[in-house]
Design a binder for this molecule. Structure first.
Ligand SMILES: C[S@@+](CC[C@H](N)C(=O)[O-])C[C@H]1O[C@@H](n2cnc3c(N)ncnc32)[C@H](O)[C@@H]1O
Length: 221
């Protein structure tokens, strides 16, 4: 990390970065640890969680534009977390927290059950080589973790520039009994709250279609 990024961890992390109890690995979350959003944000407000927030462009922009909502960035890439804190600080954003952890663990245990109003996953690593596709985040079973974290009627928003992964996301989520499509036609319209990131720009430059999807968490029985 650069000097500025190191400084972000020293000076800004106490405000932005949650101190997550770990299990074995550094980016793990202790299975018994639970986040208390009211304590972390000092209020109760709809919570939007972005998985794999990268440099933080989408979430810093959203947090800045929507001061009445709370935002949580989940990322394992330290330099990205540092950039997110630096940009959030520059923009005076106070309704944002970050977690340096493996996202499925955050969804399946750390967040309070039904605690998220929305979960966003934009340009998730496509793992495009055939032998690597099993590493993709959106694969059978992912729906259980996302459904646990989402409130009834909460939204799971996704975008990708990788057609084969877009098809996999749709196939996996169409088959999830706890979700229903919240779009008509083949793909969802571009989500207004999603700003252009380097990953999207690169995909477009390579002539790829950008696919948006949005699924609604069904009501609990
Ligand atoms: C292709 S980048 C996209 C970043 C950002 N969403 C954007 O559109 O610019 C995917 C990001 O997901 C993060 N990521 C991948 N697997 C993850 C996991 N299991 N938990 C948390 N973050 C993860 C990577 O570190 C990377 O920053």
């Amino acid at each position: 990390m650069s000097e500025a990024q190191e400084r972000a961890f020293d000076e800004l992390a106490p405000h932005y970065l949650l101190d997550v109890p770990r299990d074995i690995a550094w980016t793990s979350v202790h299975p018994e640890a639970r986040m208390d959003p009211a304590a972390e944000y000092g209020r109760r407000a709809p919570l939007i969680v972005e998985i794999g927030s990268g440099q933080g462009h989408a979430i810093v922009s959203a947090a800045s534009a929507r001061p009445d909502d709370d935002f949580l960035a989940v990322e394992v890439f330290r330099a990205g977390l540092a950039r997110t804190m630096l940009d959030a600080d520059k923009a005076g954003v106070r309704n944002l927290r970050l977690i340096e952890a493996n996202a499925p663990e955050v969804l399946s245990t750390y967040l309070p059950e039904g605690g998220a109003a929305e979960v966003w996953i934009f340009f998730s690593d496509p793992w495009h080589k055939k032998r690597h596709t099993k590493r993709r985040l959106i694969r059978p079973g992912f729906g259980d973790a996302a459904a646990r974290a989402l409130a009834d009627g909460g939204l799971l928003r996704l975008a990708t520039d990788w057609e084969d992964y877009a098809l996999q996301m749709r196939e996996v989520l169409d088959a999830e009994p706890l979700f229903e499509r919240a779009f008509e036609g083949e793909w969802a319209a571009r989500f207004d709250g999603r700003v252009m990131t380097a990953f999207e720009r690169k995909g477009i430059a390579k002539g790829r279609e950008i696919r948006d999807l949005v699924y609604r968490r069904k009501h609990r029985a």
